[in-house]
Write a protein that binds this ligand. Structure first.
Ligand code: UD1
Length: 417
């Protein structure tokens, strides 16, 4: 296991570019198997989770060629319709292949993705959506078999929770369903709109993403397409939080300010200076920040659960008390225990965390508990006094490409061990 060694207290200056969004790239790569034409995906960074998805594509028989951040995928000769347990375990989000494989082959077989570090993550909505489209699903011995021997049929599907993954899985399957599918109460995240844009570029008829109903006219012939993945809004939020924690002035490039308006609003309330232009955010912070009104995680455009840990690290040394309410996932406060090792005053009770800002955090040996929790610890360490070792950074590398190098480029004292 590797670690970041961070000597806190250096202010950050300069500019940094945000890479393509992991959560967009994964469903878009799954969508590449809907056609036998070549798909070229730009700004598709070689993150751990993206590389895991590439391994799945190859296992299925697709060819992939990487040139920097551009990935070409050709799924002309798909050889398999199953994903083995070892690949499924690497990444829970590989369940997205269920919809894509069923659309392409009429059947799919994969092992159950199971729980993860954020607590239990059921896939009942994914399966119910596919069943509504006419798929027969058999769950046995940790495996899921999905088949639609008579083809999929478009229908109305109402999601009880606007699940991101379920929305994407249904969208992918519905491209091959006969007739019109409507998804009511879908997730509205920017990554859903990005998937719609890619599917549209492939020749699919999809509209409404980002709103309250998504409509898909299925059965259109799909062809290869070229697409640029949207910038990663959580990576952008991480750099903003890093400046808030360490102080300094940084220009964050390749970012869509509207995608992280809820995070900017919180940081502004805390006293961070944020200036937005079309695809840039300039962040400046000096002195001690102040606590903010309760932060409640919600689906987009609400405050993202993926930014909860990152902002908690900022609030841990702000003046006053900030309350967090985690509404999306259970067990998403494991980073709080690590922050406490750095001197933070945090009380967690169920879905609520009360953060009483301390004057400063101190360097300590801590471990990343999950992807975003780990990024939060890096943010905390940048503003802490003394040296912090953040262990288990493999979690962080699932979603960040060269975070240490980018932060070092801004003046942070960070190295990888
Ligand atoms: C995606 C993101 C993740 C983000 C999350 C919420 C990807 C690869 N991951 O995860 O980074 O934190 O959205 O914005 O895009 N649920 C059910 N049944 C289901 C599906 C979900 O009960 O079948 C529940 C989950 O337990 C959770 C909530 O719905 O409480 C939201 O989960 P969901 O939106 O599905 O998250 P993911 O797609 O897994």
């Amino acid at each position: 296991m590797s670690a970041y060694i961070i000597e806190g207290g250096s202010k950050l200056y300069g500019s940094v570019r945000v890479h393509g969004a992991k959560n967009s790239a994964l469903p878009i790569l799954a969508a590449c198997i809907l056609t036998n034409g070549e798909c070229v995906i730009d700004d598709c960074p070689p993150l751990r989770d993206v590389e895991g998805t590439v391994r799945i594509l190859r296992r299925l028989g697709a060819t992939t060629v990487r040139d920097g951040d551009t990935l070409a995928v050709k799924a002309s000769a798909l050889a398999k319709n199953d994903i083995p347990d070892s690949l499924m375990r690497e990444m829970r989000s590989s369940v997205i292949f269920l919809g894509a494989l069923t659309a392409r082959y009429g059947s799919a077989r994969l092992s159950y993705p199971g729980g993860c570090e954020l607590g239990p993550r059921p896939i009942d909505l994914h399966l119910a959506g596919l069943r509504s489209l006419g798929a027969k699903i058999v769950e046995s011995g940790g495996g899921i078999e999905c088949s639609a021997p008579d083809g999929l049929r478009g229908c109305d599907i109402s999601l009880s929770i606007p699940s991101v993954g379920a929305t994407e899985n249904i969208m992918l399957a519905a491209t091959a369903a006969k007739g019109r599918t409507r998804i009511f109460n879908p997730a509205r995240e920017p990554e859903i709109v990005d998937l719609q844009n890619f599917l549209t570029a492939m020749g699919a008829e999809v509209r409404g993403a980002g709103g309250s109903i998504i409509e898909i006219e299925g059965g259109k012939p799909l062809h290869g397409a070229r697409h640029r993945v949207i910038p990663d809004r959580i990576v952008a939020a991480t750099y903003m939080a890093a400046v808030a924690s360490a102080g300094g002035a940084v220009s964050i490039e390749n970012v869509r300010p509207a995608d992280i308006a809820s995070v900017s609003a919180v940081l502004r309330e805390a006293g961070v200076d944020i200036r937005e232009s079309q695809n840039r955010i300039e962040v400046a912070s000096e002195g001690r920040l102040k606590s903010v009104r309760p932060i409640k995680t919600q689906g987009y455009p609400g405050f993202p659960t993926d930014a909860q840990s990152i902002i908690m690290s900022v609030m841990a040394s702000a003046q006053g008390t900030t309350m967090f309410v985690e509404n999306i996932f259970e067990s998403r406060y494991r980073h709080a225990g690590e922050l406490i090792r750095m001197g933070a005053d945090i009380r967690v009770e169920g879905r609520v965390a009360v953060v009483s800002g301390v004057k400063r955090l101190y360097g300590a040996n801590v471990s990343a508990t999950d992807l975003r929790g780990g990024a939060g610890l890096v943010v905390a360490a940048l503003g802490a006094e003394g040296e912090t070792a953040v262990g288990d950074i493999e979690f962080i590398e699932r979603g960040y490409c060269g975070l240490d190098e980018s932060l070092a480029g801004l003046g942070a004292k960070i190295s990888r061990r």
